[in-house]
Ligand binder design. Structure first.
Ligand SMILES: *Cc1c(COP(=O)(O)O)cnc(C)c1O
Length: 310
């Protein structure tokens, strides 16, 4: 092995992260919304978007244990051109003095001006490495990963998977469930990889039911979540389910109706609504309450996992 491993590691550990003074446990906010009141259901928002101004929401919970484990090594991870996870990793790198490399899906992006999200990653010191879609798809295969690390000049890097969901990340999200256990009958979160839901359900234990709203089309998520729980905890944990009806066509897809819903929610409650994940979650909950999916007298907590960018 070469280069970076021999340099004395930056002083990053639990101390380094604690120095960023996250707001944990994150606040729980009551919202008065007639659509819920009418059905006798109490809605609360779990404001994970307020954990840290730059390392937002579930990205904090997932990245923090990985950054500790990286112990000063370069952190390399994967994402699409609009990935919240890439931005959070880049921000963490700047805040903690860790070198970061982002492997970005889409070789064709390499020659073009960067979008605002990738430009922010670069401004935060992240080195971007663009790969074609076939390589990106195959990135978990050992030979492909080794080649990507070599080409990116980061053979000694600490590798965090796409979306940040590994066993450490899922265990990091347990605290989200522990913070809410016994405080809500249902805790709902939007799902990308499902790592957040996997940890949340475990932390809730018998203290509530977890409900996931996938923002991607596909239906492979339940198996992925079972796999993540097996990796993180050795087996299934908690009571969780998915409602697959609210992806609006797929990742980052939207409709005029969803946009109008999100803008209206912001106006009603003064809470910024992130559009890729959180808007779909809140929309789902309004539909579910109208379907009488939650008994009268119950409390539903919606996890606000992020904030709009920029
Ligand atoms: C990344 C992200 C998610 C998805 O989290 P998973 O653990 O991958 O399911 C949800 N909401 C927001 C705002 C995110 O940025």
């Amino acid at each position: 092995m070469t280069s970076t491993a021999t340099a004395s590691p930056a002083p990053v550990g639990h101390g380094g992260l604690a120095g960023l003074r996250p707001r944990l446990p994150s606040p729980v906010q009551d919202v008065v919304d007639e659509r819920f009141e009418r059905r006798g259901v109490r809605l609360v928002l779990k404001r994970d978007d307020l954990i840290h101004p730059e390392l937002i929401g579930n990205k904090w919970r997932k990245l923090a244990p990985n950054l500790s484990a990286a112990t000063g090594r370069t952190v390399l991870t994967f994402g699409g051109a609009y990935s919240n996870h890439l931005r959070a990793t880049a921000a963490a790198g700047r805040l903690l003095g860790l070198p970061t490399v982002g492997v970005v899906r889409g070789q064709e992006l390499a020659g073009r001006p960067l979008n605002a999200s990738l430009a922010r990653c670069v401004a935060d010191g992240m080195r971007l490495h663009f790969v074609d879609r076939a390589t990106y798809r195959d990135k978990t295969a050992p030979a492909t990963l080794a080649a990507v690390l070599r080409e990116a000049g980061a053979v000694d890097a600490y590798v965090v998977p796409e979306g940040g969901s590994n066993a450490l990340a899922v265990r990091g999200c347990r605290a989200l469930g522990e913070e809410l256990a016994g405080r809500a009958d249902v805790v709902a979160t939007a799902c990308g990889t499902g790592g957040t839901l996997a940890g949340l359900a475990s932390g809730l234990g018998r203290g509530g039911r977890a409900l996931g709203v996938p923002v991607l089309k596909g239906g492979f998520l339940a198996a992925g979540i079972r796999g993540l729980q097996a990796e993180a905890f050795g087996g299934p944990r908690g009571d969780w389910s998915l409602d697959d009806r609210f992806h609006f066509g797929g990742y980052a897809r939207t409709t005029p109706e969803l946009d109008a819903f999100a803008a209206d929610f912001e106006r009603r409650h003064g809470v910024p609504v992130e559009r890729v994940y959180v808007a779909k979650l809140l929309y789902a909950l309004v539909v579910l309450v109208e379907e009488n999916a939650f008994p009268r007298g119950s409390t539903v907590a919606a996890v606000v996992t992020g904030r709009p960018f920029p």
